[in-house]
Design a protein around this ligand. Sequence first.
Ligand code: KIV
Ligand code: ZN
Length: 385
Amino acid sequence: MGKRIQIFDTTLRDGEQVPGCKLNTDQKVEIAIALEDLGVDVIEAGFPISSPGDFQSVEAVCKAVSEPTICALSRAVEKDIEVAGQAIKYAKRGRIHTGIGTSDSHIYHKLKSTPDRIIERAVWAVKQARKYTNDIEFYAEDAGRTDNVFLAKVIEAVIAAGATVVNIPDTTGYCLPEEYGQKIKYLVDNVKGIENAIISTHCHNDLGLATANSIAGIINGARQIECTINGIGERAGNTSLEEVVMITRQHPDLEFETGVNTPLLCSMSKLVSQMMGMPVQPNKAIVGSNAFAHSSGIHQDGVIKNRETYEIIDPKEVGAHESKIVLTARSGRAALNFRANRLGYSMDAELLNMVYADFLQVADQKKEVLDTDLHVLMEKHRIYV
Ligand code: KIV
Ligand code: ZN
């Protein structure tokens, strides 16, 4: 048995903060039900104080799903915490996610405060949240740029006050994987009472390191990853759920496991992309339309002989239909023959050579040679099924 990593999905909160990605209550409920089927452990359903619509959505998600914990975000502000507490009233398992900035930049510029007052307010917020639930997650905003000694003091104080999960966000996506991993290890080694809380990663992707940082986090002792479908989220996005889940699966040597039902990953990705009107880049790892497509002759030849030559994941494992052999001017005879065979045509080596010469002419004119083009080519060479 591997070490169980909790998957905390924040598509409906951090993901939905993206301009243009706003969802209504029905859409949020539909996504939450799909996330429950996917097998995530926690759904962060929204930030209830932010608008009446968001409050209603969090409440509706609490009523619609029963397996995952439903989490509501709040600042370390009395009204926020009270409204978050009300919004999760109907959850079978409800969590309040409260917190405050801990980096110098947040303490002195954003909050115009002092380190001591920040600790006081953090402790106060956790105690307030405990009026509504015993499942309290505390976030130290901008922990990525927070001095480790001070961060440890904050985390120790909030655990003593009753926080059951401590979230260490790299809010600005600044950390390098080694640095972020060391930060988690520092907390594991230096915070009294750390064994009473789950450490959570929450990494942003400003330098393209969100996934690497999250993995460094769990290698060093974190047991929850906060992530979103398709990696959507503020600015360059959050850690992508499908990436961290598949990393834990493809690397059994790491001895981690999640509860995610991976064959649902591609359909989940499509649902979120369609509902949010946010296309997935074709080269997106795991769920992009090109994630299992091969177009150069050398790769195609290898994949046709043995899929594993150029694929480390079986597409079926993530719900992608199959590996794709795409015909372009970079394709070779093996690929042309493979695709023609699939349409029912067969050619000996001599005929294949002749058709291939014509195929290259067509391919040089087009980005991709389609089945319809192949039928025309075959007809021209009087090849029939
Ligand atoms: O990025 C961040 O720091 C956040 C917190 C509110 C958890 O999203
Ligand atoms: Zn965030």
